[in-house]
Design a binder for this molecule. Structure first.
Ligand code: SF4
Length: 423
């Protein structure tokens, strides 16, 4: 029996929500608005803020893919009203492909000199090509594209297909199989690679991601039938990835050196990065950000922060007063939590409430602290890649896991472990 014929316990279709297909959470309906490259105009953010206030629980949730979601919608009529408004402001350009527009891009691309090129035009081109490819509507809502401008930030976030500017490398599920493309050809290559994935997957619609395919990177590369360049380690192994990264001076995905989030605060280049507590942006905060951004684009990052092309101490002060994170030493930075109670029926605790309580007494971190992730059950949804201090609800408290150790504790104890490891 071939590996592809192995039965899967998964349903054939993934259940990722979209703007048109809501997820029934324990506390109401949840919808997700895809933002390729995290790109958003201030006027669009204002509309989303109003929808959060009028139809949702008053906040926009920032996701780890740079998208936004609204939860606790009352009923199907509310979902339709939200979708209609989202479409009116240009955030729902397709009904058929809306859940497959999962596209990360380096959030500071074109704004500083750390990247090798500005990938923002490529984001728009790739999104348009994806929407124009009727067959790619059958990708799962979990399939992820990434355009990294050469600084190796989004390259570390586990995309199925990731192009790295500068080295012109295409990674398949984190592996360099020798495929190369320049900026002029990368969109065509990404579309072809996604099609090759669908061909290799065949009827197995329960194989949602490239890593779900046994030997996926090598088989998809073979199905593409294109010339490849030599890699310095055998294709399909982590060595291929490590070699590609080493040649670019970066750390492999999932290691402590990977996925550098943009530092919050005002930068000398006039860019401002603001973090969002536990990824929940209130309607008032969203309106403030839209007002301060003026007519410029806003970027939602995969690290639960926003990028604005405007800085200055007065603006930083206003954002801090509004509860946004602009101090790199804030104890809130790097702290994430799953949905927990009441939104998730499996949750054993109100994890966000518990960690918020713990953070109220936490002191500054000194910056660049280990991530802390708090979850409501053993499924550990949203666990960040790489080293992390984990607090897992057990029903009678929490268990703290860090550096291979495990002991009973609380979210406050998880923050203390982080502080201890930073000394
Ligand atoms: S980790 Fe458990 S409680 Fe948290 S969102 Fe996932 S299933 Fe729900």
């Amino acid at each position: 029996m071939s590996a592809l014929a192995t039965p899967s316990p998964r349903p054939p279709e993934d259940r990722c929500p979209g703007a048109l297909r809501a997820h029934q959470a324990a506390d109401g309906l949840l919808v997700r608005v895809r933002l390729p490259g995290g790109q958003l105009r201030p006027a669009q953010l204002r509309v989303l803020a109003d929808l959060a206030r009028d139809e949702s629980d008053g906040a926009l949730e920032l996701t780890s893919r740079g998208n936004l979601q609204l939860r606790r919608l009352a009923d199907d009529a509310a979902v339709r009203r939200v979708a209609d408004r989202v479409a009116e402001v240009g955030l729902l350009p397709t009904a058929t492909h809306e859940r497959v527009r999962n596209l990360l891009a380096s959030p500071l691309s074109g704004r500083d000199r750390a990247g090798r090129l500005d990938v923002r035009p490529l984001v728009r081109d790739l999104d348009a090509a994806l929407r124009g490819a009727a067959d790619l509507a059958s990708l799962s809502g979990r399939f992820l594209f990434a355009l990294d401008d050469g600084r190796h930030d989004v390259a570390a976030l586990g995309a199925d297909l990731c192009w790295i500017g500068g080295s012109q490398t295409l990674w398949l599920a984190g592996t360099d199989t020798g495929l190369r493309a320049g900026p002029d050809d990368v969109v065509e290559l990404l579309i072809a690679a996604a099609r090759a994935f669908l061909r290799v997957r065949g009827e197995r619609r329960d194989l949602w991601r490239l890593a779900d395919l046994p030997d996926g990177p090598a088989r998809v590369t073979a199905a593409l039938g294109r010339p490849t360049s030599p890699v310095t380690a055998p294709p399909g192994t982590s060595g291929g990835t490590s070699a590609a990264l080493a040649s670019a001076g970066a750390a492999p995905p999932g290691t402590s050196g990977a996925a550098p989030a943009p530092v919050v605060g005002a930068r000398p280049d006039g860019v401002l990065v603001a973090g969002v507590r536990l990824g929940r942006l209130t309607a008032d905060q969203a309106h403030l950000l839209a007002d301060l951004a003026g007519r410029d684009e806003i970027i939602i990052t995969p690290w639960r922060s926003l990028v604005l092309d405007t800085g200055g101490p007065d603006i930083v002060g206003r954002l801090a007063t509004a509860g946004l994170l602009v101090d790199p030493a804030s104890p809130w930075l790097g702290v994430t939590a799953c949905t927990g109670r009441p939104g998730c029926a499996s949750a054993l605790a109100d994890v966000r409430g518990d960690v918020t309580e713990a953070l109220a007494d936490a002191g500054p971190t000194g910056g660049a602290a280990l991530p802390v992730h708090v979850v409501g059950c053993e499924r550990r949804c949203g666990r960040p890649a790489g080293p992390v201090v984990l607090a897992v609800a057990t029903g009678t408290g929490y268990r703290i896991e860090a550096g291979g150790t495990s002991r009973p504790g609380t979210p406050a104890a998880a923050l203390a472990v982080r502080a201890e490891r930073q000394k």
